[in-house]
Design a protein around this ligand. Structure first.
Ligand code: PNW
Length: 472
C-alpha cells in the first residue's frame, strides 16, 4: 500500500471538443477544430468532433459515472465558441446553461469542478482575424475569462486558464498537425507570447471577479528532457528552453530566458513583446498544472550531412521544434502505448522534483496522465485493459515517490474519463477508463475504471502485485 496525503484530490479529465459533440446546436459557433476536422485528410479516418461522445446530451449519465467512481474532482473545459460564439459580443445563454447544469450537477454530487478556459477550441472568427499570433486574441481571451468568472466564479473554485499552450502554439502554428494547421515558425513564437500574455490577463480578470478563495492555475505539458550522453547538454538546454522555459519563464519569473531569444533569433526578433507584457504574464498562481505522458530523449545532431528537425519530422515536413534544428529526437526504448509514446514513469518523478527545486513555492497538480491502448473487449463486454492499469499504477507510484521526496503535489487527474476524439488521431486512439461504443455511444467501465475507483476510495495504491485487480 502506498498512501497519498490527506485531502489529495483525485479526478478525471476531459476537454469540450473531445467529448461534447453538439457542434452546431443551441447557438454554438465554429471553432478552429471544427474547421480542421472538416478539412479532408487532416484527421485520421475522417473523424470529426461533430458528435464526439455526445456528452452534451448525456450529461446526467456521465455525472452518474463520476459519482460511482467516487472522484473528488472533475476537470472539464468550457467551449469558448459555445458560450461566446465568434469570440466577441454577447454570451450565448444556451451555452452558459449547459455549464451551469454541469457545475451544479457536480456540486450536488460533492465533486469539485475544475474548469479549463481554453482547451484549444479557438472561435474560428478569431483565427480569421489572425489567431494567437495576434495580440488581440489575448485581449479577447481575457474578456472571455472575465465573463466566465462572473457567471461561474461563485461555484468554480479551481480555474485553469490554458491547457498546454505548447500544443496550441507549436502544433497549431509551426508543425500544423493541430488546428489551425499553419506552418509559420515566426507566427508560432508570436502565439507563444500571446498565450502567455492571455494567461496573465485572464488570471487578473478572474482574481477580480471569482471567489476570493479560488485557486488559479495553468496547465503545461512540460517536457522532461534527457540527453543521450553528457555531450548532449546543449541539445537538452535548447529543447528545455523552447518547450518549458518559454512558458515557465514569463508565467513564473516574469521574463523570457535569454537563451530562448538567442536560439530563435533567425526566426523572430520578438518585437511583439511590449514593455510590461512579461510582468503581466507573471501573475501569482495558486498551483501549476502538469500534464505528463512520457519523457523526451535528444542528442546533438552529428550527421554532418544536414540538419534534422524532430521526431516524426525527418521527412522534410514542418517541425514544431523552433531553434532546435541541430537537435535529434531519439526514439526511446519501449514499451510503448498505442500513441507510440514510451512508458517511463521515472520522468514524472524527476520532472516534479525539478519543479520543486526551481519553483519551490508553487504547489503542483497532475492535470493529465494516462495511456491509449487498443483495449480488448471480451464476449461478455468486459474490457480487460491491464496495460492501462499498469501504466496508471506506475505513474501514481512515481507521483508518490516525488511527494515522499518533498514535492507538493495536490492532486491527480486521469486522462481520460472516457474514450474520446483524440485530435488528429480521431477516435482510433482510446485513452478512457470508460469505453465509449462509437455506434451506440454506450459507456462501459473498463477494468481500469474499477481499479481507479478502488484507489480513490482507499486514497492509496494497492501493492503492485494487485495492480491488475478488477471487479467481475
Ligand atoms: C494532451 N504531443 O495532448 C491534451 O491535453 C489532451 O487533450 C490529449 O487528449 C492528451 O494529451 C493525449 O494526447 C497532447 O504531441 C497532444 O507531444 C500532443 C502532444 C502532447 C499532448
Amino acid at each position: 500500500m502506498t498512501a497519498f496525503p490527506e485531502n489529495f484530490l483525485w479526478g478525471t479529465a476531459t476537454a469540450a471538443y473531445q467529448v461534447e459533440g453538439a457542434w452546431a446546436e443551441d447557438g454554438r459557433g465554429p471553432s478552429i477544430w471544427d474547421t480542421f476536422s472538416h478539412t479532408p485528410g487532416l484527421v485520421a479516418g475522417g473523424d470529426t468532433g461533430d458528435a464526439a461522445c455526445d456528452h452534451y446530451h448525456r450529461l446526467d449519465e456521465d455525472l452518474g459515472i463520476l459519482t460511482a467512481l467516487g472522484v473528488g474532482a472533475y476537470r472539464f473545459s468550457i467551449s469558448w465558441p459555445r458560450v461566446r460564439p465568434g469570440g466577441r459580443g454577447p454570451l450565448n445563454q444556451a451555452g452558459v446553461d449547459f455549464y451551469d447544469r454541469l457545475i451544479d450537477g457536480l456540486l450536488a454530487r460533492d465533486i469539485a469542478p475544475v474548469a479549463t478556459l481554453y482547451h484549444w477550441d479557438l472561435p474560428q472568427e478569431l483565427e480569421e482575424a489572425g489567431g494567437w499570433p495576434e495580440r488581440d486574441t489575448a485581449l479577447r481571451f481575457a474578456e472571455y475569462a472575465h465573463l466566465m468568472g462572473e457567471r461561474f466564479g461563485d461555484r468554480v473554485r479551481t480555474w485553469i486558464t490554458l491547457n498546454e499552450p505548447w500544443c496550441s502554439a507549436y502544433l497549431g502554428y509551426a508543425s500544423g498537425v493541430h488546428a489551425p494547421a499553419r506552418t509559420e515558425p515566426a507566427a508560432a513564437l508570436a502565439a507563444v507570447h500571446h498565450l502567455n500574455l492571455g494567461h496573465g490577463l485572464a488570471v487578473q480578470a478572474l482574481r477580480a471577479v471569482a471567489d476570493p478563495a479560488a485557486q488559479l492555475s495553468v496547465t503545461l505539458n512540460l517536457h522532461h528532457v534527457r540527453g543521450v550522453s553528457e555531450g548532449d547538454a546543449d541539445a537538452v538546454r535548447r529543447v528545455d528552453a523552447v518547450a518549458n522555459r518559454a512558458f515557465l519563464g514569463p508565467m513564473l519569473e516574469g521574463a523570457y530566458p535569454d537563451d530562448l531569444i538567442a536560439d530563435t533569433a533567425s526566426v523572430t526578433d520578438w518585437s511583439f513583446v511590449r514593455d510590461g507584457d512579461t510582468a503581466t504574464a507573471c501573475q501569482p498562481l495558486d498551483m501549476l498544472g502538469v500534464n505528463y505522458y512520457n519523457p523526451t530523449l535528444v542528442r546533438q545532431w552529428g550527421g554532418g550531412g544536414g540538419r534534422q528537425s524532430a521526431d516524426g519530422h525527418q521527412d522534410g515536413t514542418a517541425s514544431p521544434w523552433i531553434g532546435c534544428e541541430d537537435v535529434e529526437f531519439v526514439r526511446q526504448p519501449g514499451p510503448y502505448t498505442e500513441m507510440g509514446w514510451n512508458i517511463d514513469e521515472s520522468g514524472l518523478t524527476e520532472l516534479l522534483l525539478r519543479l520543486r527545486r526551481d519553483h519551490p513555492d508553487t504547489p503542483l497538480m497532475i492535470t493529465e496522465n494516462g495511456a491509449a491502448f487498443a483495449d480488448a473487449v471480451d464476449a461478455d463486454g468486459r474490457v480487460r485493459d491491464e496495460r492501462r492499469v499498469d501504466y496508471l499504477h506506475r505513474h501514481l507510484s512515481a507521483v508518490a515517490e516525488a511527494i515522499e521526496a518533498g514535492a507538493d503535489v495536490r492532486g491527480y487527474f486521469v486522462w481520460s474519463l472516457m474514450d474520446n476524439f483524440e485530435w488528429a488521431h480521431g477516435y482510433a486512439k482510446r485513452f478512457g477508463i470508460v469505453r465509449v461504443d462509437r455506434d451506440t455511444m454506450e459507456r462501459t467501465w473498463k477494468d481500469s475504471a474499477f481499479w481507479y475507483r478502488d484507489v480513490v476510495a482507499a486514497n492509496a495504491l494497492p501493492a503492485a502485485s494487485a495492480a491488475a485487480g478488477h471487479d467481475g
